[in-house]
Design a protein around this ligand. Structure first.
Ligand SMILES: [Zn+2]
Ligand SMILES: [Zn+2]
Length: 276
């Protein structure tokens, strides 16, 4: 399998190491191409994102590495950008990025308070009970509506961790993934994106970090996505260099079992399919 990873966070956002440490481990492991996807600037989170005043430095450093290691590996500059209602229209095209991962990590309210999804269980509980007044169906529907809206208006190359809403759904305490109503919501998004070329981030981060046994998206959903020929990118959402290929073998196997034979990689600046 050709090794690549386009979902990685360095110390420019909430990762633990400098970008060069990711590059060195990628070369050592035989990766063909990689991309950095720092959390882009937003008006809300000041602790886990790349601040606006560091964007130039980010570009300069990744460009320096691109050049320094150009004979060994292809390096790309991306960002994982947050989508939320009220986002300025040019937000996803504001920077001259090689690619954009569009993700929904939280719902901000009118006062700018953040109601998290990718957060501690007690904060997730607050999101369900305060923002959605305990209505889990409304939560799932709103999340799916926002993905559709994001793809429609902002056209990210990749949808980040597609079913992140399951992150705190331990023992299916909020919803069952086999509930036909839940599946229909997910299918509604798949049908919408199926002719758009938008890629799914098949994200091993939750398994690598030990709080999940399946990737994003779940295998049942990947089977459906495969039928609709929705392209996938295998990524580890690494926040530390040693996670660069976290669980790639297991999840490649899952992808094949779900009907996928190809994944997308960037080669000479273009997204192309290659065998898994
Ligand atoms: Zn994310
Ligand atoms: Zn990420």
């Amino acid at each position: 399998m050709i090794l690549t990873n386009y979902h990685m966070h360095s110390s420019f956002s909430d990762g633990t190491a400098f970008p060069e440490e990711y590059v060195l481990i990628a070369i050592e492991k035989g990766f063909k191409s990689i991309g950095f996807s720092e959390h882009g600037p937003t008006p809300f989170n000041k602790h886990w994102e790349l601040p606006e005043n560091k964007v130039d430095e980010y570009f300069a450093e990744i460009n320096r590495l691109k050049d320094k290691y150009k004979d060994k590996i292809e390096i790309y500059i991306g960002m994982e950008l947050d989508y939320y209602t009220g986002l300025e229209e040019n937000s996803f095209s504001k920077y001259d990025l090689d690619y954009v991962i569009g993700s929904i990590h939280y719902f901000p309210d009118k006062e700018g308070n953040i109601f998290g999804i990718d957060c501690k269980p007690e904060d997730f509980h607050r999101t369900i009970h305060e923002f959605f007044k305990g209505d889990v169906k409304a939560f799932v529907k709103e999340f799916c509506d926002r993905i559709i809206d994001m793809v429609d208006k902002f056209k990210p190359d990749i949808i980040g961790h597609f079913d992140l809403i399951k992150i705190n759904n331990f023992n299916e305490m909020y919803f069952s993934e086999s509930d036909p109503r839940y599946r229909e919501e997910i299918m509604r998004v798949f049908r919408f994106i199926s002719d758009k070329g938008t890629m799914l981030d098949v994200n091993t981060g939750g398994i690598t970090r030990g709080f999940m046994t399946v990737p994003y998206p779940s295998p049942w959903a990947l089977k459906e996505a495969a039928k609709l020929k929705i392209p996938v990118v295998l990524n580890s959402d690494a926040h530390r260099p040693e996670h660069i290929d976290g669980k790639f073998e297991n999840v490649s196997k899952i992808l094949k079992e779900c009907g996928y034979t190809e994944k997308m990689i960037i080669k000479d600046g273009n997204w192309v399919p290659v065998p898994i």
